[in-house]
Design a protein around this ligand. Sequence first.
Ligand code: SF4
Length: 332
Amino acid sequence: MTAPALELVDLVMHFGAVRAVDGVSLTIQPGQVMALVGESGSGKSTVGRCVVRLLEPTAGTVRVAGPDITHLSRRRLRAHREDVSIVFQDPAGSLDPRMVVGDIVGEPLRLGGVSRRDRDERVRAELGRVGLRAEVARRFPHELSGGQRQRVSIARALISSPTLLVADEPTSALDVSVQAAVLNLLADLQRDLGFACLFITHDLSAVEYLADEIAVMYLGQLVEQGSRERVFAQPAHPYTQALLAAAPVADPSRQRARTRVLLGDDLPSALDPPSGCRFHTRCPLAFDRCLAEVPEPVDLGDGTAACHLVQPDGTGPDLRTTPTTARTERHA
Ligand code: SF4
């Protein structure tokens, strides 16, 4: 049986007293795209950095295409460099300004001992695949537009044919006008090359377009997982329902008919997360048990949801259709 492209088991990443990631487990099968969604500060980018070992996890296990890479030394990690790559949010910050594009894109091959001639050939091919002309190889990053720079980042990430790509908000630093083109490119490359992808984003329309599976994070923990179809059609966790209710809808009549769920206060601090269910300080449905008892993930058949009110058949209150307290309001 083929090993999963990524397996996280009880991943924990604490920065001193800050519990940024607190027991995240998820599995991505080869060729699948999993969207990791949540508000900024939920810990999703920290998960991505643990997966590529830019951070060494405090506890838990990271397996990429089989092997456990959680605590490998830098030297031994190099052997697994080709299995996993990352594309960051801001291409300007992630590309070395002193290197020309050809050297940036070819660097993973250089580190793998590939000759200059073979490198140049593969760099040209890779630039073509991401829609850039070969002459871009001689330019410096600052000579390119934001969209072109992100294409360079994608070329660099894919040149070693990774099993898994971590895409951390890959379009959110770009002009709106080029976001769709870069997303389309990622979707086409994923379909053609078949790599698995951990797609970190807060853009739910991109999730609907790209993802097979969705995992929802809140304050360092996963609150729901499941197929894109099920999570969009029947989100089980109140937080997922609130996120979906807040996402813009293209059809104005659908937008008007929706119940907007107001989550109220900002995300609580990961320094001192709320007791019991971490979402209880913002959940309109919270009751006594939520303050005292951490909800176990309920197996829904298609994924899980960690809420005391969710039943194993996925039924439970839906914030979007059940006005509850003063925190929900009907759009006029
Ligand atoms: Fe809301 Fe309680 Fe469910 Fe948490 S466990 S999401 S506070 S109802």
